[in-house]
Design a protein around this ligand. Structure first.
Ligand SMILES: *Cc1c(COP(=O)(O)O)cnc(C)c1O
Length: 408
C-alpha cells in the first residue's frame, strides 16, 4: 500500500495508534450543519465535532478570518506577542469576569494551567500544605496525567499510575458530601457547570452557589471547566452567567475556535500574578491563526440574538425528542442546557448508547454519546430549524430500525 493509493478507512487500523474507533465513513467536506463523505453521501450534524463546531462547518466569517490571517502571520512564539491574541484577550476581559487571560491549544491544557495556577497561588500565599484539589465523580477535565487524575472517571486513569497526589473526588450535586471534605488545606475546587462527557448533567444552582460560599470560607479557588458548556452552548456566553455564580478561574476551549484548536484560561489580576515570568507556558498558545479565528467566533457568539436562538432551538429539540419518546418510550430522562442535550436510555437499553451512533449514521445523522447510557446532541448553535426537523426524522427512523430490526 503506498501513500498514493486511494485513502480508505482501513488505513486507520494499519497506521494509527488504536486509541480511537472511528466510524466506517470518512467525511471530506462540510457546510453549515451538513457533512459529506467520500461517496458523496450527506449527513446532518447533531454532533458538532463534540461540541466544537458551534458555528457549523466552513462558516464564511471564520473562513475569511483564517485565510486573511494565514496570508499575514502564522507564528511568532511567546517571545513576541501579536495583535490577534491581544485583541482576543481584551474582548474576553470585556465580556466576562476576567481581568487576565492565558491562551493554550486544548481543553486539557487550559485546565492544566488552571490547576497549576491554583497550586502556585496557594503555595505563594499560604504555603505548601494548602495543595488539595477537590473534584467530582463523573467529571471530565482532559487527558494529561494531572487532568485525568482530577477527572472523576477511574476508567481513564487505570494503568497510568502512579497518579499525582492531593486529589479528592465527591459526588456531583451533593453539597453535604462536599462540605465534609473541604478544609483550609483545599487549594482549589474544579467543576463543570454542566457535566458533558459524564452524561450531560446540569449542576443545580444551589450546588454551585454552595461551592462558591464554602470556597470563600476556606480561601480555596473555584475553577469552572467550561471547555464544553462555554462559548454560547448553554444559551449564555458562558454557563456561569446563567447560574449567577462567578468562578475565580475559568477554562474554556472547544467552541472557542469553532474547530481551530485554541483554549483559554480566564482569571483575575490578583490570582494571575502567581504565574510570573517563566513559571508556565506553551509554544503555540495564543498563536495569531487561532486567535484570529476565535475573534471571529466571539463576534458571532456574543450576539444576544444568537444566544436567544440557542434557547429557542433547545425548545425545538426538546419538543421533537419528547415526540419521539412518546412513540418509543426509550428515554427515561431528557436533559441539558441550550444545545448540549442528553437523552438517558431506559433500564432495558442501559449500556447500549453506542448502538445509536451506528444506527443514526446509517440514516445519515451524526450523534454522540455521553457514557454508556446517554445519547448526546451538541449541534451547531445556528443549525437551521428545518435541519433540526429533518435530523430528528432521521433519528426517529434510526431508533425505529434499532428497536424492531425485522420491521425495517
Ligand atoms: C473535551 C473536554 C476537555 C478536554 O479538552 P481537550 O481539548 O480534549 O483536551 C476538558 N474538559 C471538558 C469539560 C471537556 O468537555
Amino acid at each position: 500500500m503506498s501513500s498514493h493509493s486511494p485513502i480508505t478507512r482501513e488505513w486507520f487500523d494499519q497506521v494509527m495508534v488504536p486509541n480511537y474507533a472511528p466510524a466506517a465513513i470518512i467525511p471530506v467536506r462540510g457546510e453549515g450543519s451538513r457533512l459529506w463523505d467520500q461517496e458523496g453521501r450527506d449527513y446532518i450534524d447533531f454532533a458538532g465535532g463534540i461540541a466544537v463546531t458551534g458555528l457549523g462547518h466552513a462558516h464564511p466569517q471564520l473562513v475569511a478570518a483564517l485565510t486573511e490571517q494565514a496570508q499575514k502571520l502564522w507564528h511568532v512564539s511567546n517571545v513576541l506577542t501579536n495583535e490577534p491574541a491581544l485583541k482576543l484577550a481584551r474582548r474576553l476581559c470585556d465580556l466576562t469576569f476576567a481581568e487576565r487571560v492565558f491562551f493554550a491549544n486544548s481543553g486539557a491544557e487550559a485546565n492544566e494551567a488552571a490547576l497549576k495556577l491554583a497550586r502556585k497561588y496557594a503555595s505563594d500565599r499560604f504555603g505548601a500544605d494548602k495543595h488539595e484539589i477537590i473534584a467530582f465523580t463523573q467529571s471530565f477535565h482532559g487527558r494529561t496525567l494531572f487532568t485525568v487524575t482530577v477527572g472523576g472517571q477511574p476508567k481513564y486513569t487505570q494503568g497510568f499510575e502512579p497518579l499525582p497526589p492531593g486529589v479528592t473526588h465527591v459526588p456531583f450535586n451533593d453539597l453535604d458530601a462536599f462540605a465534609t471534605v473541604i478544609s483550609d488545606r483545599t487549594c482549589a475546587v474544579i467543576v463543570e457547570p454542566v457535566q458533558g462527557e459524564g452524561g450531560v448533567t446540569c449542576a443545580t444552582p444551589e450546588f454551585l452557589q454552595g461551592l462558591r460560599e464554602l470556597c470563600d470560607r476556606h480561601q480555596a479557588l473555584l475553577i469552572f471547566d467550561e471547555v464544553q458548556c462555554g462559548n454560547g452552548r448553554s444559551g449564555h456566553l458562558y454557563a456561569y452567567m446563567a447560574y449567577g455564580v462567578t468562578p475565580d478561574i475559568l477554562a474554556t476551549a472547544k467552541g472557542l475556535g469553532g474547530g481551530f484548536p485554541i483554549s483559554a484560561m480566564l482569571t483575575t489580576t490578583a490570582i494571575a500574578e502567581s504565574l510570573n515570568v517563566g513559571s508556565h507556558g506553551t509554544t503555540y498558545g495564543g498563536n495569531p491563526l487561532g486567535c484570529a479565528v476565535a475573534n471571529a467566533v466571539l463576534d458571532l457568539i456574543s450576539d444576544p440574538e444568537l444566544l436567544a436562538g440557542v434557547q429557542r432551538k433547545h425548545e425545538l429539540f426538546m419538543a421533537g425528542l419528547r415526540r419521539i419518546n412518546e412513540q418509543f418510550h426509550l428515554f427515561r430522562e431528557l436533559r441539558g442546557m441550550g444545545l448540549l442535550l442528553g437523552c438517558e436510555l431506559i433500564e432495558t437499553w442501559r449500556g447500549r448508547s453506542r448502538e445509536f451512533i451506528k444506527a443514526a449514521l446509517d440514516e445519515g445523522l451524526l450523534v454522540l454519546v455521553a457514557g454508556p447510557d446517554v445519547i448526546r446532541l451538541a449541534p451547531s448553535l445556528i443549525i437551521p430549524d428545518e435541519l433540526i426537523e429533518e435530523g430528528l426524522q432521521r433519528l426517529e427512523r434510526a431508533i425505529a430500525r434499532l428497536l424492531s430490526p425485522t420491521a425495517a
